[in-house]
Design a protein around this ligand. Sequence first.
Ligand code: NAP
Length: 259
Amino acid sequence: MDMGIAGRKALLTGASKGMGRACAFALAQEGVSLTIVARGLDALEHTAADIRTETGAEVAIVSADVTTPGGRAAALSACPEPDILLNNAGGMKPGDFRDHDRDTWIEALDLMMLAPIEMIRATFDGMVARGFGRIVNITSRGVKIPHAELSLSNGARTGLVGFCAGIARLGVAHDVTINNILPGIVDSDGQRQHVETLAKAGGTSFEDIWATRAAKSPAKRFGRPEEIGALFAFLASAHAGLMTGQSILMDGGDYPGTL
Ligand SMILES: NC(=O)c1ccc[n+]([C@@H]2O[C@H](COP(=O)([O-])OP(=O)(O)OC[C@H]3O[C@@H](n4cnc5c(N)ncnc54)[C@H](OP(=O)(O)O)[C@@H]3O)[C@@H](O)[C@H]2O)c1
Protein backbone atom coordinates (compact mmCIF):
# COMPACT_ATOMS: atom_id res chain seq x y z
CA MET A 1 0.00 0.00 0.00
CA ASP A 2 1.39 3.40 -0.98
CA MET A 3 1.04 5.70 2.02
CA GLY A 4 0.87 8.78 -0.20
CA ILE A 5 3.51 10.73 1.71
CA ALA A 6 6.55 10.51 -0.59
CA GLY A 7 8.41 13.83 -0.60
CA ARG A 8 7.00 14.89 2.80
CA LYS A 9 9.28 16.06 5.63
CA ALA A 10 9.24 14.39 9.03
CA LEU A 11 10.73 15.37 12.37
CA LEU A 12 11.10 12.40 14.69
CA THR A 13 12.31 12.71 18.26
CA GLY A 14 13.69 9.72 20.13
CA ALA A 15 14.43 8.11 16.79
CA SER A 16 17.93 6.64 17.13
CA LYS A 17 16.81 3.42 18.84
CA GLY A 18 13.85 1.18 19.54
CA MET A 19 10.39 2.15 18.34
CA GLY A 20 11.44 5.63 17.21
CA ARG A 21 14.11 4.11 14.96
CA ALA A 22 11.53 1.71 13.52
CA CYS A 23 9.17 4.65 12.87
CA ALA A 24 11.97 6.46 11.04
CA PHE A 25 12.63 3.40 8.88
CA ALA A 26 8.93 3.04 8.09
CA LEU A 27 8.70 6.63 6.81
CA ALA A 28 12.00 6.38 4.92
CA GLN A 29 10.60 3.38 3.04
CA GLU A 30 7.74 5.68 1.96
CA GLY A 31 10.12 8.27 0.49
CA VAL A 32 9.84 10.78 3.35
CA SER A 33 12.83 13.05 4.18
CA LEU A 34 13.78 12.63 7.82
CA THR A 35 15.23 14.66 10.63
CA ILE A 36 15.91 12.33 13.54
CA VAL A 37 16.64 13.55 17.05
CA ALA A 38 18.17 11.90 20.12
CA ARG A 39 20.83 12.78 22.68
CA GLY A 40 23.52 10.22 21.82
CA LEU A 41 25.42 11.03 18.62
CA ASP A 42 26.81 7.54 17.98
CA ALA A 43 23.43 5.82 17.77
CA LEU A 44 22.05 8.69 15.68
CA GLU A 45 24.87 8.40 13.14
CA HIS A 46 24.53 4.63 13.06
CA THR A 47 20.76 4.75 12.51
CA ALA A 48 21.01 7.48 9.87
CA ALA A 49 23.64 5.48 7.96
CA ASP A 50 21.49 2.31 8.12
CA ILE A 51 18.43 4.18 6.85
CA ARG A 52 20.33 5.84 4.00
CA THR A 53 21.89 2.53 2.94
CA GLU A 54 18.67 0.52 3.11
CA THR A 55 16.20 3.06 1.73
CA GLY A 56 18.14 5.86 0.04
CA ALA A 57 16.14 8.41 2.04
CA GLU A 58 17.52 11.79 3.08
CA VAL A 59 18.29 11.77 6.81
CA ALA A 60 19.47 14.71 8.91
CA ILE A 61 20.49 14.13 12.52
CA VAL A 62 20.22 16.38 15.56
CA SER A 63 21.89 15.48 18.83
CA ALA A 64 19.63 17.16 21.37
CA ASP A 65 17.63 16.61 24.55
CA VAL A 66 13.97 17.31 23.80
CA THR A 67 13.23 18.10 27.43
CA THR A 68 15.23 21.33 27.12
CA PRO A 69 14.19 24.50 25.26
CA GLY A 70 17.61 24.53 23.50
CA GLY A 71 17.21 20.92 22.41
CA ARG A 72 13.77 21.54 20.96
CA ALA A 73 14.99 24.72 19.23
CA ALA A 74 17.85 22.73 17.62
CA ALA A 75 15.42 20.07 16.39
CA LEU A 76 13.03 22.67 14.99
CA SER A 77 15.77 24.67 13.37
CA ALA A 78 16.90 21.53 11.47
CA CYS A 79 13.32 20.87 10.35
CA PRO A 80 11.30 24.08 10.76
CA GLU A 81 8.28 23.00 8.70
CA PRO A 82 7.64 19.32 9.33
CA ASP A 83 4.65 17.67 7.67
CA ILE A 84 4.93 14.80 10.14
CA LEU A 85 5.97 15.00 13.79
CA LEU A 86 6.75 12.00 15.98
CA ASN A 87 6.96 12.77 19.70
CA ASN A 88 8.94 10.01 21.36
CA ALA A 89 11.73 9.77 23.96
CA GLY A 90 12.48 7.66 27.01
CA GLY A 91 10.59 6.80 30.16
CA MET A 92 11.08 7.07 33.93
CA LYS A 93 12.13 4.23 36.24
CA PRO A 94 9.35 2.38 38.10
CA GLY A 95 8.98 3.22 41.79
CA ASP A 96 6.75 3.80 44.81
CA PHE A 97 4.68 6.97 44.44
CA ARG A 98 5.59 7.87 48.03
CA ASP A 99 9.19 8.38 46.90
CA HIS A 100 8.34 10.74 44.04
CA ASP A 101 8.80 14.32 45.14
CA ARG A 102 7.94 17.44 43.16
CA ASP A 103 11.29 17.53 41.36
CA THR A 104 10.83 13.95 40.18
CA TRP A 105 7.36 14.79 38.93
CA ILE A 106 8.63 17.86 37.06
CA GLU A 107 11.26 15.67 35.39
CA ALA A 108 8.58 13.14 34.39
CA LEU A 109 6.23 15.84 33.12
CA ASP A 110 9.02 17.49 31.12
CA LEU A 111 9.89 14.18 29.45
CA MET A 112 6.49 12.62 28.81
CA MET A 113 4.07 15.54 28.63
CA LEU A 114 5.54 19.04 28.34
CA ALA A 115 8.22 18.35 25.68
CA PRO A 116 5.65 16.84 23.27
CA ILE A 117 3.21 19.69 24.00
CA GLU A 118 5.92 22.25 23.22
CA MET A 119 6.75 20.46 19.96
CA ILE A 120 3.07 20.46 19.00
CA ARG A 121 2.76 24.14 19.92
CA ALA A 122 5.71 24.95 17.64
CA THR A 123 4.48 22.99 14.61
CA PHE A 124 0.68 22.84 14.66
CA ASP A 125 -0.20 26.24 13.13
CA GLY A 126 2.30 25.77 10.29
CA MET A 127 0.75 22.40 9.44
CA VAL A 128 -2.72 23.99 9.41
CA ALA A 129 -1.52 26.84 7.17
CA ARG A 130 0.09 24.37 4.73
CA GLY A 131 -3.00 22.12 4.73
CA PHE A 132 -1.37 18.89 5.89
CA GLY A 133 0.01 17.58 9.16
CA ARG A 134 0.34 14.35 11.11
CA ILE A 135 1.31 14.41 14.77
CA VAL A 136 1.80 11.11 16.57
CA ASN A 137 2.87 10.60 20.18
CA ILE A 138 4.28 7.31 21.39
CA THR A 139 2.94 6.98 24.94
CA SER A 140 2.20 3.66 26.68
CA ARG A 141 -0.48 1.08 27.39
CA GLY A 142 -0.21 2.54 30.91
CA VAL A 143 -2.65 5.23 29.74
CA LYS A 144 -5.31 2.47 29.70
CA ILE A 145 -3.73 -0.12 32.02
CA PRO A 146 -2.17 1.88 34.87
CA HIS A 147 0.24 -0.07 37.08
CA ALA A 148 0.94 1.33 40.57
CA GLU A 149 4.73 1.30 40.17
CA LEU A 150 4.50 3.36 36.98
CA SER A 151 2.66 6.29 38.49
CA LEU A 152 4.97 8.90 36.89
CA SER A 153 4.26 7.48 33.44
CA ASN A 154 0.53 7.01 34.13
CA GLY A 155 0.14 10.62 35.23
CA ALA A 156 2.34 12.39 32.70
CA ARG A 157 1.30 10.38 29.65
CA THR A 158 -2.40 10.61 30.45
CA GLY A 159 -1.90 14.36 30.74
CA LEU A 160 -0.47 14.44 27.21
CA VAL A 161 -3.29 12.28 25.84
CA GLY A 162 -5.87 14.54 27.52
CA PHE A 163 -4.25 17.66 26.07
CA CYS A 164 -4.23 16.13 22.59
CA ALA A 165 -7.86 15.00 22.89
CA GLY A 166 -8.81 18.62 23.49
CA ILE A 167 -6.99 20.07 20.48
CA ALA A 168 -7.27 17.17 18.02
CA ARG A 169 -10.40 18.57 16.38
CA LEU A 170 -8.89 22.00 15.71
CA GLY A 171 -6.82 20.90 12.73
CA VAL A 172 -8.73 18.05 11.13
CA ALA A 173 -10.61 20.28 8.66
CA HIS A 174 -7.14 21.28 7.38
CA ASP A 175 -5.94 17.65 7.17
CA VAL A 176 -3.95 17.97 10.40
CA THR A 177 -4.40 15.11 12.85
CA ILE A 178 -3.06 14.18 16.28
CA ASN A 179 -3.05 10.60 17.52
CA ASN A 180 -1.33 8.46 20.15
CA ILE A 181 0.21 5.00 19.92
CA LEU A 182 -0.03 3.02 23.17
CA PRO A 183 2.51 0.18 23.00
CA GLY A 184 2.50 -2.85 25.24
CA ILE A 185 5.81 -4.61 25.87
CA VAL A 186 8.02 -4.15 22.82
CA ASP A 187 11.41 -5.74 22.13
CA SER A 188 13.26 -2.43 21.92
CA ASP A 189 16.74 -1.32 22.97
CA GLY A 190 15.17 0.32 26.03
CA GLN A 191 13.22 -2.82 27.00
CA ARG A 192 16.35 -5.01 26.73
CA GLN A 193 18.29 -2.55 28.89
CA HIS A 194 15.44 -2.57 31.45
CA VAL A 195 15.38 -6.39 31.65
CA GLU A 196 19.20 -6.50 31.95
CA THR A 197 18.95 -4.14 34.94
CA LEU A 198 16.23 -6.33 36.55
CA ALA A 199 18.34 -9.44 35.96
CA LYS A 200 21.42 -7.88 37.59
CA ALA A 201 19.40 -6.61 40.56
CA GLY A 202 17.33 -9.74 41.21
CA GLY A 203 19.68 -12.65 40.50
CA THR A 204 17.35 -14.03 37.82
CA SER A 205 18.61 -14.58 34.30
CA PHE A 206 17.77 -12.23 31.46
CA GLU A 207 16.22 -15.16 29.55
CA ASP A 208 13.94 -16.15 32.47
CA ILE A 209 12.65 -12.60 32.98
CA TRP A 210 12.17 -12.16 29.22
CA ALA A 211 10.23 -15.44 28.93
CA THR A 212 8.07 -14.68 31.98
CA ARG A 213 7.16 -11.24 30.67
CA ALA A 214 6.35 -12.60 27.22
CA ALA A 215 4.20 -15.38 28.71
CA LYS A 216 2.01 -12.80 30.51
CA SER A 217 0.87 -11.37 27.19
CA PRO A 218 -2.07 -13.02 25.40
CA ALA A 219 0.17 -12.88 22.32
CA LYS A 220 2.89 -14.82 24.24
CA ARG A 221 5.53 -12.55 22.78
CA PHE A 222 6.93 -9.05 22.84
CA GLY A 223 5.90 -6.60 20.18
CA ARG A 224 8.39 -5.86 17.44
CA PRO A 225 9.46 -2.23 16.88
CA GLU A 226 8.64 -2.70 13.18
CA GLU A 227 5.00 -3.35 14.10
CA ILE A 228 4.85 0.01 15.86
CA GLY A 229 6.65 1.57 12.87
CA ALA A 230 4.02 0.23 10.48
CA LEU A 231 1.17 1.62 12.61
CA PHE A 232 2.95 4.95 12.78
CA ALA A 233 3.39 5.03 9.00
CA PHE A 234 -0.34 4.49 8.56
CA LEU A 235 -1.24 7.23 11.06
CA ALA A 236 1.20 9.52 9.21
CA SER A 237 -0.20 8.56 5.83
CA ALA A 238 -2.42 10.44 3.42
CA HIS A 239 -5.14 7.85 4.15
CA ALA A 240 -5.52 8.70 7.84
CA GLY A 241 -6.88 12.23 7.52
CA LEU A 242 -10.18 11.33 9.18
CA MET A 243 -8.54 9.77 12.25
CA THR A 244 -7.79 12.23 15.00
CA GLY A 245 -7.75 12.27 18.79
CA GLN A 246 -7.35 8.50 18.91
CA SER A 247 -5.25 6.41 21.28
CA ILE A 248 -4.39 3.13 19.64
CA LEU A 249 -3.22 0.18 21.68
CA MET A 250 -0.75 -2.27 20.16
CA ASP A 251 -0.30 -4.64 23.08
CA GLY A 252 -1.07 -8.17 21.92
CA GLY A 253 -4.50 -8.01 23.54
CA ASP A 254 -3.18 -7.29 27.03
CA TYR A 255 -5.82 -4.64 27.69
CA PRO A 256 -8.87 -6.68 28.70
CA GLY A 257 -11.69 -4.19 28.03
CA THR A 258 -14.26 -4.05 25.23
CA LEU A 259 -13.43 -0.46 24.16
N1 NAP B 1 9.57 -0.83 24.96
C1 NAP B 1 8.45 -0.99 25.62
O1 NAP B 1 8.06 -2.12 25.95
C2 NAP B 1 7.59 0.21 25.94
C3 NAP B 1 6.27 -0.03 26.35
C4 NAP B 1 5.44 1.06 26.60
C5 NAP B 1 5.94 2.35 26.48
N2 NAP B 1 7.23 2.53 26.10
C6 NAP B 1 7.69 3.92 25.96
O2 NAP B 1 7.84 4.19 24.58
C7 NAP B 1 8.92 5.12 24.37
C8 NAP B 1 9.97 4.49 23.44
O3 NAP B 1 10.39 3.28 24.03
P1 NAP B 1 11.58 2.38 23.44
O4 NAP B 1 11.52 1.14 24.25
O5 NAP B 1 11.51 2.33 21.97
O6 NAP B 1 12.84 3.25 23.90
P2 NAP B 1 14.42 3.10 23.54
O7 NAP B 1 14.68 1.86 22.79
O8 NAP B 1 15.13 3.32 24.83
O9 NAP B 1 14.64 4.37 22.60
C9 NAP B 1 14.39 5.66 23.11
C10 NAP B 1 14.87 6.69 22.10
O10 NAP B 1 14.60 8.00 22.60
C11 NAP B 1 15.83 8.74 22.72
N3 NAP B 1 15.67 9.66 23.86
C12 NAP B 1 15.50 9.33 25.15
N4 NAP B 1 15.41 10.43 25.90
C13 NAP B 1 15.54 11.49 25.06
C14 NAP B 1 15.54 12.89 25.24
N5 NAP B 1 15.40 13.44 26.44
N6 NAP B 1 15.68 13.68 24.15
C15 NAP B 1 15.83 13.15 22.91
N7 NAP B 1 15.82 11.81 22.68
C16 NAP B 1 15.69 11.00 23.74
C17 NAP B 1 16.91 7.67 22.86
O11 NAP B 1 18.21 8.08 22.48
P3 NAP B 1 19.19 8.81 23.56
O12 NAP B 1 19.09 8.03 24.83
O13 NAP B 1 20.53 8.76 22.91
O14 NAP B 1 18.67 10.20 23.72
C18 NAP B 1 16.37 6.64 21.86
O15 NAP B 1 16.63 7.04 20.54
C19 NAP B 1 9.46 5.42 25.78
O16 NAP B 1 8.83 6.58 26.25
C20 NAP B 1 9.04 4.21 26.58
O17 NAP B 1 8.95 4.50 27.97
C21 NAP B 1 8.07 1.50 25.84
